[in-house]
Write a protein that binds this ligand. Structure first.
Ligand SMILES: Cc1cc2nc3c(=O)[nH]c(=O)nc-3n(C[C@H](O)[C@H](O)[C@H](O)COP(=O)(O)OP(=O)(O)OC[C@H]3O[C@@H](n4cnc5c(N)ncnc54)[C@H](O)[C@@H]3O)c2cc1C
Ligand code: SF4
Ligand code: SF4
Length: 1007
């Protein structure tokens, strides 16, 4: 009731607010979690347009007594942005870089600027922002300062706090302040007066002048030599400032004394003291260009920690550790598998040691010295040195580490609980020894991973947070670790912050007196506790408000797809840990998630979709738990591009989840006519192809096709697809169809009567009906290369049925195809496809779609199904030293420039490399790949009226602008039929299938 009233008030607030306010259940559920184990459903979400909106919210919060939870990308690992108040998301509108001052090496930004975007903007000045979190592709400066984040190079660049020059924003009473370096005089002036700002200055002067308080801080805070110390408020740093040590050099430490600056306290205060609206940051020169990584393979974590101490003597930029468990998790991730190229054998741990120097000779020298020293100490067994561009792959593997941990099978997962401890690197081996002893006593396994160079280890014990006993253990491990870290004068948080996870242990870590002081500070700065309460002070017990309700039974949810490998569909949604990799922007060059990239809305991220589905599958009271409009809305803008399947470190495959969901949604709500027609397009085309000219007349006539589009809900701007005058199959039945090298045709075995090898071409529904000319060219090309081609009897691929969510129909199709093809397809007689979305259905969906009795057959076919380009590269071009020369003479020597846009399913499930290799067979052809993700069309998605705008926006991200600046002399290539249509609609340029280009390059074409 009280909540209803607050919700009403919140809705009423919209009239005096320029940004947006949401109180609907969907948005609230999407913002109920971050990247931690916590969950609390907020009252609402506000997205301020400017700082005046934030002021409005602060006034409202004071009046209504509801807390504000400042939030940027929401990648916090300790529950910093989880709370029951109003989440204030500044990531949508407050994203501007306000000023770059290259002369003085600083930049002024709004809190919602993404780290990678900031670094891209200042790179031309030879500068960058030093602290580099693993989440740099989406984490934002407000969040980095809020959490005092740092990264792999903290040995060199420290943490966000070290680079904050000033912050501007609002105190809890709505007064605007700027915290920056103050001279002694300015500091004393600030202490005079009765504003809240005056009071907080006066208070800090009083407390930090008190000898007992000073003594307490010095005694209880972590060892100052540990740079990563993120526990509690950073009062220890304020102690060494001018007002408290009136000499330019500290008497005992001989370190310089700094001017007083409250922004050092704000950094790491987790949104509990003020709301930042502007941040001024120091920038540093870009590191030396020459870099190398030495990836020391060790037999155990203990060995690697000893190697770390030696490595640190050689002045590295960073030293990172990955243990065996982390590396094992990357084996099954499509993207990360490609990044494991440097791993040899089965190391217990790998130390990644980065060096940056002016020349490669210096780098090699230093690596050699280090290797010799490690070998003579009996540490490490393999020492590969990696140079650019492969360095990127190693870092990607390392960065994905935290995310891939969700791939741990079953309910037991490596849990962030003590994942952020930092101790002096010198004592790391002893600390870990005791830590392991504790885990052994508690009967737990652990995953090790981290920035060992600075003494930080991400330790994640493997727990089942569904099990009440493990939830109790969760607390025990945290408490015992806190005691251990305290013993080693370490920091319970090195970079991730306290949040809800570690706040409870601050009194233990920093002492009761210092904790009382924190509470005093919070009460003075924010008397009504409107700023992110429950973090740093008054934190609830750390094993409450968890994502999973301990002890709650998890029922079986029947599905059409087989989700059993991941323990059911609910567990598949739970794979999402909130890491936010799906909030990429185009700057990162990655492809997940196109709907977010184009819209900037959290609700269109992969994470939001997984969160919503998980919420309803967990808490629905309906017999059909899929029957919720909120899930439908969350899934609606998913293009089923499958980028998440390969790029999400946790393998969250929303395309499949969406397909499964839609089937159950239709069960309750009926199948819309448009979906039926799209899923049944093969039948429509089959009928149409009996009189193609009439069918095409209807499709092309503006009036008639306009009426059809309006009636069916297609975008009026789109051209309706037309049919080929003759289908590929019809052509194949003619005497000239598929002549083998000797003119024979057979379906019996791997060789034709003449002995030329046979391949089976899949006449997918798009090539067969709409683009038969591509199929014909493919056949002729294969013949020219000495292959006999057969089109076996088969059904359509089922792609349209899958993407429209008619998965039962898709299942029938898949089973038909498996039955028809199982005796034909083998390693010697592979199945080759031209349209990536269709042929890859065999590899991706069929094995999990068919009846269990057909699974082995489906897997066998999947293993022998290839894209045309893959076939050429893996079979035609293989087996000899210079295989290409064997067929190169068949093709023109004329030069040609090609620009290639790969299909999104191809990028996710296969690779564009074979397409590039195939198109480079003619010796003077050069191929450049356009780094675009999904084109935006995605089958029928871009045809649908309500999706047209988003579809074109996605095209405009990279693809269309790239094509517009491409000269007419360049051949555009796109293997996907939808992509070619999207390119035509978006740019007016015609793109070709790779087969067409290669066929046209043949010297002797069979017409
Ligand atoms: C896979 C993974 C890897 C990670 N790796 C690292 C790493 O290498 N190093 C590291 O340090 N961290 C790491 N983190 C943690 C996290 O990414 C960082 O803390 C990051 O800087 C948080 O940024 P964000 O934009 O997501 O902030 P959010 O989570 O949205 O917010 C972080 C804090 O800042 C506060 N805040 C945000 N905006 C404001 C504002 N305008 N005013 C006041 N307070 C504000 C919030 O209230 C919150 O307390 C990792 C997390 C994940 C999931
Ligand atoms: S969907 Fe994947 S990438 Fe996105 S937040 Fe979840 S785990 Fe991370
Ligand atoms: S399939 Fe594509 S659009 Fe859908 S959630 Fe995954 S990345 Fe986003």
């Amino acid at each position: 009731m009280e909540n209803d009233l607050l919700t009403k008030k919140l809705t009423g607030l919209q009239s005096s607010f320029d940004g947006e306010i949401f109180t609907d259940l969907s948005q609230r559920l999407m913002y109920a979690t971050d990247a931690s184990a916590y969950r609390e459903v907020p009252l609402g979400i506000a997205r301020p347009l400017h700082k005046e909106d934030i002021l409005t919210l602060i006034r409202f919060a004071n009046e209504a007594g509801i807390p504000l939870i400042p939030r940027t990308a929401g990648t916090s690992l300790a529950g910093q942005v989880v709370g029951s108040g109003l989440v204030v998301d500044v990531s949508r509108h407050m994203t501007r870089i306000l000023e770059i001052n290259p002369g003085e090496n600083w930049v002024r930004v709004q809190p919602g600027v993404i780290l990678d975007e900031l670094n891209k903007a200042v790179e031309p000045y030879g500068l960058f922002f030093g602290p580099e979190t693993s989440t740099s592709s989406r984490c934002m400066i407000g969040g980095m300062v809020g959490n005092n984040s740092c990264g792999a190079h903290s040995i060199l660049y420290g943490s966000a706090r070290d680079h904050v020059i000033s912050v501007k924003g609002f105190l809890s009473d709505g007064s605007e302040v700027e915290f920056k370096d103050l001279s002694l005089q300015e500091f004393n002036d600030k202490c005079n007066g009765e504003t809240l700002e005056n009071k907080i200055y006066r208070h800090i002067r009083n407390v930090l002048s008190d000898p007992t308080t000073r003594e307490n801080i010095r005694k209880e805070y972590p060892d100052p030599s540990i740079h990563r110390r993120n526990t509690g408020y950073a009062l220890d740093l304020l102690l060494d400032t001018e007002p408290f040590i009136p000499s330019p050099v500290h008497l005992f430490t001989r370190l310089p004394v700094y001017p007083f600056n409250f922004s050092k306290l704000i950094a790491g205060s987790e949104g509990t003291l003020m709301f930042m609206t502007e941040i001024r940051l120091n920038l540093v020169p870009l590191p030396p260009k020459e870099k190398a990584l030495m990836c020391v393979h060790c037999n155990s974590v203990g060995e690697s920690l000893k190697a770390n101490i030696i490595a640190l003597k050689h002045d590295p930029g960073s030293v990172e550790l990955m243990d065996r468990a982390i590396m094992d998790c990357t084996r099954d991730n499509i993207t990360q598998r490609r990044n494991r190229f440097f791993i040899e054998g089965d190391p217990g741990a790998i130390l990644i040691i980065e060096f940056a120097r002016d020349t490669r000779e210096e780098l090699l020298g230093i690596c050699q010295e280090l290797e010799e020293e490690l070998r003579s100490a009996g540490l490490g067994y393999h020492f590969p040195i990696i140079f650019p561009p492969d360095i990127r792959k190693v870092w990607e593997l390392r960065k994905a580490g935290l995310g891939v941990l969700s791939n741990y099978p079953g309910d037991r997962k490596p849990v962030p609980v003590i994942e952020d401890t930092a101790v002096n690197p010198e004592v790391l081996p002893e600390y870990i020894g005791e830590f392991n002893e504790m885990l052994g006593r508690l009967g737990l396994d652990c995953v090790y991973y981290a920035h060992v160079g600075s003494g930080e280890l991400h330790l994640r014990p493997v727990l089942n947070l569904r099990d009440p006993a493990d939830v109790a253990l969760f607390h025990t491990v945290a408490l015992e670790t806190a005691r251990l870290v305290k013993k080693y004068r370490g920091s319970l948080s090195g970079e991730h912050g306290d949040g809800r996870l570690r706040g409870e242990f601050i009194p233990l870590m920093l002492g009761e007196d210092n904790y009382r002081l924190f509470k005093e500070i919070k009460d003075l700065w924010d008397p009504q506790h409107i700023f992110n309460p429950g973090k740093i002070t008054d934190t609830p017990r750390m094993n409450t408000s968890l994502r999973f309700e301990p002890g709650k039974p998890v029922g079986e949810i029947p599905t059409v797809f087989d989700f059993s490998a991941g323990h059911g569909i609910l567990r598949a949604t739970e794979q999402c840990n909130g890491s936010g990799d799906c909030r990429n922007t185009v700057v990162t060059g990655r492809y997940m998630c196109p709907s977010y990239m184009a819209s900037g809305e959290e609700s269109t991220t992969t994470r939001a979709r997984a969160n919503i589905l998980r919420e309803f599958l967990t808490n629905s009271a309906k017999a059909n738990p899929f029957d919720h409009i909120e899930i439908y809305e969350a899934m609606d803008l998913c293009l089923s591009c499958k980028a998440c399947k390969s790029e999400c470190p946790s393998n969250v495959d929303v395309a499949r989840l969406k397909a499964e969901f839609l089937q159950h949604w239709y069960d309750a709500n009926g199948i819309p006519l448009r979906s039926r027609l799209i899923a049944g397009i093969t039948t429509i085309n089959r009928i149409g192809s009996t009189i193609p000219f009439l069918f095409n007349f209807f499709q092309e006539n503006r009036l008639i096709s306009g009426i059809i589009k309006r009636l069916l809900g297609f975008a009026p701007q789109r051209r309706m697809p037309v049919l080929s005058s003759q289908t590929l199959r019809a052509y194949f039945r003619t005497p000239s169809g598929s002549p083998t090298p000797s003119g024979s045709k057979t379906l019996t075995g791997s060789k034709t009567l003449t002995g030329s090898p046979t391949v089976f071409l899949f006449a997918d529904e798009f090539t067969n009906f709409n683009e038969a000319h591509i199929g014909i060219k493919a056949i002729r090309l294969l013949n020219a290369m000495g292959y006999s081609v057969l089109i076996p009897d088969h059904a359509e691929s089922g792609r349209a049925a899958v993407s429209k969510g008619l998965v039962r129909k898709a299942k029938q199709i898949a089973e038909t195809n498996v039955r028809k093809l199982r005796d034909l397809i083998s390693p010697e007689t592979p199945l080759i496809g031209l349209e990536p979305s269709a042929i890859l259905t065999f590899r991706d969906e069929y094995p999990d779609l068919v009846d269990h009795s057909l699974r082995e057959d489906a897997l066998k076919i999947a293993g022998n199904t290839l894209l045309f380009e893959e076939f050429i590269v893996s079979r035609v071009l293989s087996g000899e030293e210079e295989p290409v020369s064997r067929i190169r003479h068949l093709f023109t020597k004329d030069p040609a420039k090609i620009k290639l846009h790969g299909h999104c399913h191809q990028k996710s499930l296969a690779s564009v490399e074979p397409t590039i290799t195939m198109l480079s067979i003619p010796e003077n052809y050069t191929v450049e790949e356009i780094r675009s993700g999904c084109c935006g069309m995605a089958g029928s998605f871009g045809f649908e009226r309500e999706h047209y705008e988003l579809s074109m926006k996605i095209g405009e991200l990279v693809l269309f602008p790239e094509i517009r600046k491409t000269g007419e002399d360049v051949i555009l290539v796109a293997p996907g039929t939808s992509c070619r249509q999207q390119i035509l609609d978006g740019t007016g340029r015609k793109a070709l299938h790779p087969v067409e280009v290669l066929y046209d390059a043949l010297l002797q074409r069979n017409r």
